[in-house]
Ligand binder design. Sequence first.
Ligand code: HEM
Length: 441
Amino acid sequence: MAAEIEGVALPGPRGWPLVGVLPAVARRGFIPVMEEAWRRYGDLFELRVGASRVVIVAHPEGVERVLRGNRENYVKGPIYDNLRVLLGEGLATVEGPQWRVRRRQLQPAFHGRRIRALVPGMIALAERTLEELRARAPTGGIVDVSAEMSRLTFRMVGQGLFGLDLADQAGDTTQAIAAALEELAERGSTRPSFPLWAPTPGNLRLRRLIAGLDAQIAAVVAAGRAAGDRGDLLGALVSLRDAGEIDDRELRDEILTMFLAGYETVALTLGWCWYLLADEPAVQARIAAEAADGGASGELRYTRMVIDEVLRVRPTAWIVARDVREDDVVMGRRIRSGSIVLCAQYLVHRHPEFWREPERFNPDRWDRERPELRHDFAYFPFSKGPRVCIGADFGLTECQVVVATMARALTVSRPAGGEVGLRPLNNLRPDRPIRLAIRWR
Ligand code: HEM
């Protein structure tokens, strides 16, 4: 073992004393800085970001080591503390044996059979969105796709996981969550970051947002109790609370975690999907044709290929971050304890050794007859290993249903000046809302 830890030191840009690559990141954004270092230093390199050593893993073999081979060494430690300010100790932020117990408790609510039973409700919500759009823009026009997809996916989470119609609440909650994440991103980039009780203007804003969210969650719990256990996630959580297996705080943390993890990821994926489809009228036509007769078989195979490709080029989860517990050797290089490791979907999904013409949006690469995927860990939009996304099936089903239902009724195109850039926060967001021109078929 000692000999193994001898691995070669990591390459990487030297950056500035004390701040490392922070000035470059502030100027150009994290993704361009990361991409340039990748081209220069290869598939495993280190960036100094302020006081932190950040190791970027851009090769499937390295990803496999971190997420599966030696996963006990790569944990959700201090790097998640910022997110814990908002989410507390829900499934996405909790670590160790507690995580294992919680995962087992919640898994049944995400069973494939349950998800399939939710499809008619999902279709109804997508159709409701179409009706609302038609009422507002009967002859077509420019639509804020990001806002529409947020509202829709929030309702889908409400209906699918909590059995509630949250239409009236959607705007308030999604805005509060988005604003809280912005405040946290701000906190994360300022040094020192004050504890939440310190009355800084940012903290006061954050506390107000969190208090508002807490009140909304309390209302969700009350409504869930009134409705009784219907076998959904909310029912499972309330039963766990009543059995004394979780306390009120954990119940709150879990509900907020599912809201956040469940709606924003899907809303962003759908936003990117429409954005990419705006350049692809032929793909839109194929989705519409499949939806027209695919409703019968229900499989929507081509639509799924499109979603898979969207998640390859615009992976909503653009990195999986972990704290390194002990020294390790990954792909022959030494990774030091105390570093932060980022398994970068954004890079691995466009690695030229594993993808043909990686920058090209091409759903056909997902054709089952001609599989292109050459390494299991070259594609991991939902992460991999035991902490793989618990909502992957639910999220993919939502995306398929929404894209198929809506592409049957309308086409999208990009208006002049409608290009958006990347804003990588906890998720890969567009740097401004995606606005597209819609036309009714
Ligand atoms: C396209 C949509 C989605 C994407 C791209 C996505 C991506 C991910 C990724 C990459 C992780 C692993 C994070 C990590 O370990 O650092 C994750 C975990 C998680 N996701 Fe998703 N997700 C999506 C949809 C959903 C939905 C719909 C839900 C809930 C209904 C959900 C709930 C969660 C939860 C609770 C975790 C933590 C699981 C654990 O650690 O045991 N996600 N997701």
